[in-house]
Structures are given as structure tokens and as C-alpha cells.
Design a protein. Structure first.
Length: 306
């Protein structure tokens, strides 16, 4: 019985961590590191420590999301859960104590901060190391957690674009090179726009639940019509800025790899702008394809640099 209980608890914690979503944060970090290596800067110890810090920050962010969105997730279960939204459901069902989840989130954040201190003062990665790391930690840690709770202020989605777009790409490059090349800014923009769209479209399935729970995210604030238009702007913007990143120095091959994913994005955009998103299957497909476009955008860059 003890082994079964341990196994069940381990499974619950894995679901709480939501590991598949870590790709969205780790791949941009890998991209920045790979670009730095192409410029002749790479230290495996710095990479390993920084990668651990990135994973710890994402773990802390995800656990806080589970712990402080229990009410919203309960409403989501009631109104009809999308497999990409509504949390894991572990805390809604009371399978793990909420206080334990909050504690582990705090420990994860502390460990990430400690790694930042080691990187700056032991490996001498540059004076902006802790500033960059702290900006991501504060944005992620308080994304769902009071008193800041960015997701409830109408610009949490923008912070996600920053934390899963520019920040990991730029930080990974900076830690290796001690500066940020102009190309990094251009490469990170389409990544930021596609992850922004992931967050925005994932708010549609939970709109009724969020409204009932009093959660005032971007969709709730601007409404269905303008949110759809904003999604479309994100798609067009990602295509334009990806092309511009190639003009500014990214490999031309990246554009070829990106093309099929951009076609998917355009098809998705048409569905969002003119389709019936009240159909759960349609919306679930759009959410899944939006994630695919974000991952595909990152892979297009990564494969071209490899």
C-alpha cells in the first residue's frame, strides 16, 4: 500500500509540474545558447546551471498557477475542460495539499535565485545576470500568485511573451557572451508573438470559468471580438518579423523551415477570425495548433543554426 501511495503521489506531482509545457521555455533558451555558440561563445557549465535555473523558474510558475487558480480550475471542470487549459485538476480533486505545492514553488524559486548568484559571482557572467534572472523570476512567480497576480491585471499575457520570448533567448546569449547581439532581438520577436497567441487562445476555453471566478485576464477585459483580432495581428506579426530576422542575419534556411508552420498559423487565424469557437473540438484543435506553431517557430531557428 505504501508503494502504491508513493507511486500515486509521484504521478500527481508530475501532473502538477506540467512538464510538456517546459518546451516553450527551454527551447528559446537553447536557441540563445546555440546562437552564442555560433558566435564563438559557449561554456557548458554556464549552460547547465542556467538551464537548471530556467527549469526551476518554470516549475515554480506552474505550481503557483495550480495553487492559486484552484477556484478557476474548479469552474473550468464545471463548464467543460479543454485538455490544454484548466490546470491539471490535481488540487481541485484534493489529491495533494495546496500548502505543499506553494512550499515547493517557493523552494524552486529560491534555488533558481541561488543559481543566479553563482553564475554572476562565481562564473562572472556579467552584471546584468541577476537583473535578467530576477525579471523572469518575478514575472513567473507572481503570474498567478498574489499580491501581484499579473494574469488578473490584463498584461500577464505580455509578460509571458517576454518571459518565453525575448528573455530566455537574450539571457542565454548574454550569459555566454557578456552582451546581447542585435540579431537576438529580431529572432526573439516571432517567438514572443507566437507564445503570446498560445496564452491568448488558451483563455477562450476558460472564458466562462474565469468570468464566473472574477478573473480579469486580457480576454475578459477586451472581449471576444478584439481578442480574435489581436490573435490575427499576432499571426501576421510573427510572419513579418520572422522574415525580417532573416534579413537581419538569421539563416535563410530558417525561413524555409518556418513556411509550413506559418501556413498552419494562417489557417488557424482564419478559424479564429471567422470560425465558431463555441465548438469545443474546434477550439481545442486551434489551441493545439497554436502551440505547434510556437514550437515550430523555435525549431525552424534551431534546425537552421544546427
Amino acid at each position: 500500500m505504501r508503494e502504491e501511495t508513493f507511486g500515486a503521489q509521484f504521478t500527481y506531482w508530475l501532473k502538477l509540474a506540467r512538464l510538456p509545457f517546459y518546451l516553450a521555455g527551454f527551447l528559446p533558451f537553447l536557441l540563445g545558447s546555440l546562437i552564442a555558440a555560433r558566435f564563438g561563445y559557449f561554456n557548458v557549465h554556464i549552460f547547465s546551471l542556467a538551464a537548471a535555473a530556467v527549469l526551476l523558474i518554470m516549475l515554480s510558475t506552474n505550481l503557483n498557477g495550480e495553487a492559486y487558480d484552484v477556484r478557476e480550475d474548479a469552474f473550468s471542470q464545471k463548464f467543460g475542460k479543454n485538455k490544454f487549459t484548466g490546470g491539471s485538476g490535481i488540487l481541485v480533486r484534493g489529491l495533494v495539499p495546496v500548502n505543499q505545492v506553494k512550499f515547493v514553488s517557493l523552494i524552486s524559486a529560491g534555488l533558481a535565485l541561488s543559481i543566479g548568484v553563482v553564475l554572476q559571482f562565481v562564473f562572472h557572467t556579467g552584471p546584468a545576470t541577476l537583473i535578467l534572472g530576477a525579471s523572469g523570476l518575478i514575472a513567473g512567480f507572481f503570474y498567478s500568485r498574489p499580491p501581484l497576480r499579473w494574469i488578473n491585471r490584463g498584461f500577464g499575457e505580455v509578460l509571458i511573451g517576454y518571459c518565453y520570448g525575448w528573455l530566455p533567448v537574450a539571457t542565454a546569449f548574454y550569459l555566454q557572451a557578456d552582451y546581447v547581439h542585435t540579431l537576438i532581438h529580431w529572432v526573439s520577436i516571432p517567438v514572443a508573438l507566437t507564445i503570446f497567441n498560445v496564452i491568448l487562445i488558451n483563455e477562450f476555453p476558460d472564458c466562462a470559468a474565469d468570468t464566473a471566478a472574477g478573473k480579469k485576464n486580457l480576454l475578459v477585459r477586451i472581449g471576444d471580438r478584439w481578442a480574435r483580432r489581436l490573435y490575427g495581428a499576432g499571426v501576421i506579426g510573427s510572419g513579418v518579423t520572422f522574415y525580417n530576422s532573416v534579413i537581419m542575419g538569421a539563416p535563410f534556411a530558417a525561413l524555409l523551415y518556418f513556411a509550413p508552420f506559418f501556413i498552419v498559423a494562417l489557417i488557424n487565424m482564419r478559424t479564429v477570425l471567422h470560425g465558431d469557437l463555441s465548438r469545443s473540438k474546434t477550439l481545442e484543435r486551434v489551441c493545439g495548433l497554436t502551440i505547434l506553431v510556437n514550437i515550430g517557430t523555435l525549431l525552424a531557428y534551431l534546425v537552421s543554426y544546427l
